[in-house]
Design a protein. Structure first.
Length: 127
């Protein structure tokens, strides 16, 4: 049986919590439920409410708020307040964060996933 000081165990808990919730900046658009789903939903509906985004992505509103903040900090989106509503603008020239997609822009990815099922598939060179 090991005994740890209160200070040591608190530092371990804090470090594990910050890594576990993805707030350390290690997220990517194609991993886990969240960032990619939220970005696609915002691309589909730039005037979506946080409630709408969370339902579409299958996450809680609080998680959606944190992900939107991550996306804004990383430069994938910008938020503009219009009265009591928020309008999102996606930056299609943003690059994927993972090394496997190094140098690739998110625009063509979003153009494909955010389109209506009846729309023709867009030309990747146009995005």
């Amino acid at each position: 049986m090991r005994f740890f000081s209160r200070r040591f165990s608190r530092e371990v808990m804090v470090r594990e919590m910050s890594v576990a919730d993805g707030r350390d900046g290690s997220w990517t658009l194609l991993t886990g439920p969240g960032h990619g789903h939220v970005l696609v939903e915002i691309a589909r509906n730039p005037e979506a409410r946080m409630r709408d985004i969370s339902v579409a992505a299958g996450i809680t509103e609080r998680t959606a708020q944190a992900i939107v903040a991550d996306l804004e900090t990383a430069g994938y989106i910008t938020r503009t307040r219009i009265g009591r509503r928020t309008r999102y603008t996606v930056n299609p020239d943003s690059l994927f964060r993972h090394s496997a997609q190094e140098g690739l822009r998110v625009g063509p990815f979003l153009a494909l996933l955010a389109r209506d099922g009846n729309d023709p598939i867009p030309d990747p060179d146009d995005a």
